[in-house]
Design a protein around this ligand. Structure first.
Ligand code: CA
Ligand code: CA
Ligand code: CA
Ligand code: CA
Length: 393
């Protein structure tokens, strides 16, 4: 039986991928001890935020699937193409290519709802190392119901149809060259996707994140935390109520990065995730001190295997983030009657405590001329009450 690549006539093939934006993901493979319960690093998995680190079997959580453990993902753009590269912990024993489904999900209008899903199953199955359309599919959401009523939050039950439009199926679609995939076996292993800019309407600002998934693998069930009750999904940490992992299983995804747009407060972004960590000591290219979600990787203009192992050694244990929220309080309050808190009592910022009463001399009145009576702190310095939001108690 012929593969799709043998029957589809192509006129445009992706060449010369380059990568300029990088997302790190938790390295669970380094924490695996054969025969023992697998526990990802703290903060790597949360049903509440639809973030998963489950590259192992459900239930006993002892069987590790190294080709489902995402280590990092890179995105780049060149000519009419976007390029994605996912680094995976390793291959499974006695396999020639990664065995799962691998995908990039994109939120084009940045409303917290994914809009486009480009995926490949069993990439590199033919062993050629070349870009192919076999196993590649592209989905869109025609009615904007990914995420149910509340994007970025679990709200069940879900009665929508999620990604309901398949616009490319292994070369079948209005453009037979729309999307491609290939794989590079090894440790780490790489899966690469390439798709035309036209797929996302030549959009230059969007949010993206990636998946490795063999346990659920259902584009019609996104977001998974809208389709699986917490009690059915299970949790991965022994201390959690719904431990162990159950129906949401055998998959991994990443936090999100903004392509072409300035930072925002979107909680799905890596830079807003207090658990986001980056491997040490040095990411590829020797960059240090740069924003973690926007590190530029050295562009690779050759389709050969990247020199990943030589330039970057993941730390054995994902560490707590090397950065925190960089929120800086407003300048030190001065005891003027007009002082009011200026920071919004937003969800992600603590409220400013009331300023202390003035203790210094009143300008224009020498200290030794001050009356002996106690200066009563002026009661008019009353901070504007915070709105009743998180952190404002
Ligand atoms: Ca991972
Ligand atoms: Ca959207
Ligand atoms: Ca939701
Ligand atoms: Ca839909």
């Amino acid at each position: 039986m012929s593969s799709p690549d043998e029957v589809v006539m192509h006129t445009a093939t992706p060449i010369s991928p380059s990568y300029t934006q990088l997302i790190y993901d938790c390295n669970t493979g380094d924490l695996v001890s054969p025969g023992n319960l697998i526990q990802p690093a703290p903060g790597c998995d949360s049903w509440e935020i639809n973030r998963y680190e489950r590259p192992f079997n459900q239930g006993s959580q002892v069987d590790f699937f190294p080709d489902l453990d995402i280590l990092q993902a890179e995105l780049g753009q060149a000519g009419n193409w976007y390029f994605l590269r996912i680094a995976l912990f390793d291959m499974r024993p006695d396999t020639s290519h990664p065995q799962g489904m691998y995908a990039i999900e994109m939120d084009l209008d940045m409303d917290g709802r994914g809009d486009v899903l480009v995926l490949v199953r069993n990439p590199g199955e033919d062993g050629s190392g070349d870009y192919k359309v076999t196993g590649v599919q592209v989905f869109k959401d025609s009615n904007d119901d990914v995420g149910n009523q509340l994007p970025l939050q679990p709200d069940l039950p879900y009665e929508g149809d999620s990604y309901d439009l398949i616009v490319f199926n292994q070369g079948i679609g209005s453009d037979p060259d729309l999307a491609w995939a290939r794989a590079i076996p090894g440790k780490p292993a790489f899966v690469e996707l390439a798709f035309k800019s036209a797929l996302i309407n030549n959009d230059v600002e969007f949010i993206w994140w990636v998946w490795a998934d063999q346990g659920v693998d259902d584009p019609a069930s996104f977001d998974y935390h809208d389709s699986f009750f917490h009690s059915d999904a299970g949790d991965v940490y022994q201390s959690q109520v719904y431990f162990p992992s159950n129906e949401i299983r055998e998959l991994d995804n990443t936090c999100a990065a903004l392509w072409g747009a300035p930072p925002s407060e979107d909680p799905s972004l890596c830079e807003n995730d207090p658990n986001y960590s980056r491997p040490s000591p040095t990411p590829p290219g020797g960059r240090t001190g740069t924003p973690p979600s926007l590190v530029s990787s050295t562009p690779s203009n050759t389709p050969t295997r990247p020199s990943f192992e030589n330039t970057w050694t993941p730390s054995p244990t994902p560490t707590r983030p090397s950065f925190e929220f960089t929120w800086t309080p407003s300048p030190t309050p001065t005891p003027t009657p007009t002082l009011t808190p200026t920071l919004p009592c937003g969800q992600f910022r603590p409220c400013t405590p009331p300023p202390p009463p003035p203790t210094t001399c009143v300008p224009g009145i020498p200290c030794n001329d001050r009356p002996t009576a106690t200066i009563t702190p002026t009661p008019t310095i009353t901070p504007t009450p915070c709105a009743a939001t998180v952190g404002c108690n």
